[in-house]
Ligand binder design. Structure first.
Ligand code: PAF
Length: 288
């Protein structure tokens, strides 16, 4: 495993590889790695000659400074895990060097409103920051395939749009959510949960699974209300949103369509920590 800390040293190495027509898989991260990140790297390793993992905590995507300050930093452990999992290349640029890179867009893309709903509504400027840094990373690494985790489903959709808008020659692959045995979606933020909090946080997956089992074309609003109550009765302090959306446009729906899959997305706070999760489903046909 080679660790690069400057853009030029990484690019010199990647130039040699692309000269050999190597397929490059890329997993961007902000560190505090867990099995979810490692599963993305597994997909990458299977499908590419070389896998690159970046670790860069991007301040511009945090709308809340205290969230940035509290973001877990576990660099030694991250490097240990990446080495153990035979990652080829780790890219750990400095904030100073990333800040010197300036692109015309500065993250301001026309995302057809996808950046103003759900996460975008509750974290103003978040997707602008994500787009800004991912544009930089993609232009530095120039991967064949970008691997993203579906826990951040809206981010996956936004970044697919970004790649289309920038006309980048990169394939975007979204990969399934990794979960703990309790059903809790793996997230770097889980590191900040107490043992009790971790148990209670699994209620998110429980309510999403319950919605999947019971959703019909006309009961969404009842299910939504009872699910929010269940979360608030199980240690959650606040629910930012629980919405049912079209899978492609993320348009918020009030009724489940008869034939199409939808996605249920949630963001909620427990122990002051904001967790997100989602589940894909479709309306069940009720038989008498
Ligand atoms: O999902 C993340 O960890 C971040 O949003 C990403 C894609 C690495 C950009 O900073």
């Amino acid at each position: 495993m080679i660790i690069f800390k400057t853009i030029s040293s990484l690019q010199n190495h990647l130039k040699l590889l692309s000269g050999q027509h190597a397929k490059i898989g890329f997993v961007p991260t902000m560190g505090a790695l867990h099995e979810g990140h490692l599963s993305l790297l597994e997909f990458s390793k299977k499908e590419n000659d070389v896998s690159v993992c970046s670790i860069f905590i991007n301040p511009s995507q945090f709308n809340n400074q205290s969230d940035l300050i509290k973001y877990p930093v576990t660099t030694e452990q991250d490097i240990f895990l990446l080495e153990k999992n035979s990652t080829d290349i780790v890219f750990m640029p400095s904030l100073e060097e990333m800040n010197t890179l300036k692109f015309h867009s500065k993250g301001d893309f026309n995302l057809d409103g996808m950046d103003n709903i759900l996460e975008g509504l509750h974290r103003p400027g978040h997707f602008k920051g994500v787009c800004e840094v991912v544009e930089k990373l993609l232009k530095i690494v120039q991967p064949t395939t970008l691997y993203l985790g579906e826990k951040d489903f809206q981010q996956c959709m936004v970044l697919k749009k970004l790649v289309r808008l920038l006309q980048l020659n990169v394939c975007v692959k979204t990969c399934p959510i990794s979960r703990a045995a309790s059903g809790l979606a793996l997230s770097s933020r889980n590191l900040r949960l107490s043992e009790k909090g971790k148990v209670q946080a699994a209620t998110i997956h429980k309510i999403l699974s319950n919605i999947k089992a019971h959703l019909t074309i006309n009961n969404w609003l009842q299910l939504k209300e009872s699910s929010i109550t269940e979360l608030l009765n199980n240690g959650f302090e606040h629910v930012d949103y629980l919405e049912m959306c079209d899978m492609e446009s993320l348009e918020i729906l009030n009724n489940a369509p008869e034939n199409n899959e939808v996605i249920i997305l949630i963001a909620a706070f427990i122990e002051n920590i904001r967790l997100i999760d989602n589940i894909k489903t479709s309306a069940n046909i009720l038989t008498n």
